[in-house]
Design a protein around this ligand. Structure first.
Ligand code: NDP
Length: 451
């Protein structure tokens, strides 16, 4: 077996860039992980001999397909659907489906790559995958969304299965879309199995799945602060996004005694200096999530709040920041502004919301900084528990699941501390998450030989 010990990080990345031209998000995600892994494997010959990093950075397969559907005006529309199956060394592929006009092969490859490490970190037996389509559910009627979901599943069904690949929701895919896709899968295959997670409670869904990602990101924040002898109570938080992850993160911050100052969407952000309390969070859930309205109306409905069109919330001074909208929503300058305004902890509810410059700003400042693959793993963890419940044909109680979510987030925090502790007593959570996620997958790959 040829040994590539002499390849350095830049040579490795040059190869990744050559093999994945123009896939900027994927290259960014591989670089972020490789910076830590290269250092870790320096003196570990087996990982070099088996070319583990190179193999993890090459998806097992990328499936792309045409999705035709008919809109309400009888126009035939054509979208592109994908499923990226990155790695199934420790369990069936698992990861969400995203419907958004920005969806591309690069974005889904980055998400499937990240998912591989995230799922490993949860301690549950799940591999990494991700899928989606460049379909924009915004402004579409319910029947248009249904026809699209059915058409999407009519191709996807042959690539997924409860022991093969178990998708879930993501941006633009919530309980409604999962219901339409599950209905079509069941109709085509005549099987009622746990092929999707995030299902409705009436047909195999799990309690706590909806809240799990946002709550989990706050539990992780709580663990980071506790590790430094601090707590959320009495602190201010700036949150981006107004979807599933953002609203549930806000809810848990409020429950733990923090004050939420902002929420945002793709058109701007709201700043509410007296705090976005539970009642106001319910208003956002109903207005954005159910009625699919405009977040700007929050400022007219709630006295003292202001709307900042086409701006991001990172200029608002705070103790804690939770980016919960989308990838690369914060750059190095915005990260530096947060730190100079006194922010002492960042927990990523979204996937890769902070770009590489921003990551280095937080690492250099030595603040508590949790990357998405650790902080937002609560969602996929409860999806893993939904899979277990489906296999056993059981439903666990809310209390049991809330406790399991807390325990899993605690476990992820401990694994990050194990591999990310620094000589100065602080923890590099990026390094800790990357290495802890890598080791389990890598050791399984070595056990399988060259496959
Ligand atoms: P939702 O679709 O529920 O909400 C997404 C939110 O982000 C909306 O407020 C949306 O605004 C905003 N947004 C989307 N794109 C942009 C953009 N380009 N610029 C600014 N704001 C934007 O998605 P989720 O809350 O489920 O997901 C949010 C993030 O969390 C994603 O990165 C996702 O991958 C990640 N995540 C989600 C998990 C889950 O369980 N749902 C699990 C783990 C990670 P608008 O309404 O205007 O489009």
């Amino acid at each position: 077996m040829k040994n590539d010990e002499h390849v350095n990080l830049e040579q490795f990345m040059a190869g990744v860039e050559r093999r994945n031209p123009h896939e900027t998000e994927f290259i960014q995600a591989v670089r972020e992980v490789s910076e830590d892994i290269f250092e870790f494997i320096q003196d570990k010959k087996k990982y070099h001999e088996y070319q583990i990093l190179r193999r993890i950075a090459e998806p097992d397969r990328v499936i792309s397909f045409r999705v035709c559907w008919e809109d309400d005006n009888h126009n035939i529309r054509v979208q592109r659907g994908y499923r990226v199956q990155n790695n199934n060394s420790i369990g069936p592929y698992k990861g969400g489906i995203r419907f958004h006009p920005s969806v591309s092969q690069s974005i889904l490859k980055f998400l499937a790559f990240e998912q591989t490490f995230k799922n490993s970190l949860t301690g549950l037996p799940m591999g990494g995958g991700k899928g989606g389509a460049d379909f924009n559910p915004k402004g579409k009627s319910e029947h248009e969304v249904m026809r699209f979901c059915q058409s999407f599943m009519t191709e996807l069904y042959r690539h997924v299965g409860d022991d093969t690949d178990v998708p879930a929701g993501d941006i633009g895919v919530g309980a409604r879309e999962i219901g339409f896709m599950f209905g079509q899968y069941k109709r085509i295959t005549n099987k009622f199995t746990g092929v999707l997670t995030g299902k409705g409670l009436a047909f195999g869904g799990s309690l706590v799945r909806t809240e799990a990602t946002g709550y989990g990101a706050v539990y992780f924040l709580q663990e980071m602060l506790a590790h430094r002898g601090d707590e959320i109570n009495g602190k201010t938080a700036v949150i981006s996004g107004a979807g599933n992850v953002a609203t549930h993160a806000a809810e848990k911050i409020v429950q733990l005694g923090g004050k939420v100052l902002t929420l945002s969407d793709s058109t701007g952000f709201i700043h509410d200096p007296v705090g976005i309390d539970q009642e106001k969070i319910e208003w956002v859930k109903e207005h954005k999530g159910v009625r699919r309205g405009n977040l700007a109306e929050y400022a007219t409905e709630h006295k003292g709040a202001t709307w900042h069109a086409a701006e991001k919330p990172w200029s608002v001074p705070c103790d804690m920041a939770l980016p919960c909208a989308t990838q690369n929503e914060m750059n190095g300058a915005e990260a530096a502004l947060l730190v100079s305004n006194g922010c002492m902890a960042v927990s990523e509810g979204a996937n890769m919301p902070v770009d590489l410059d921003g990551v280095h700003v937080f690492k250099d400042a030595g603040i508590c900084y949790a990357p998405g693959k650790a902080a937002n793993a609560g969602g996929v963890a409860v999806s893993g528990l939904e899979m277990s419940q489906n296999s056993a044909r059981l439903s666990w109680s809310e209390e049991q699941l809330q406790q399991q979510l807390k325990d899993i987030m605690k476990g992820i925090h401990s694994r990050c501390v194990e591999y990310g502790s620094l000589d100065n007593g602080k923890v590099d959570y990026v390094k800790g998450a990357n290495i802890a996620g890598f080791v389990k997958v890598a050791d399984a790959m070595i056990a399988y030989g060259v496959v």
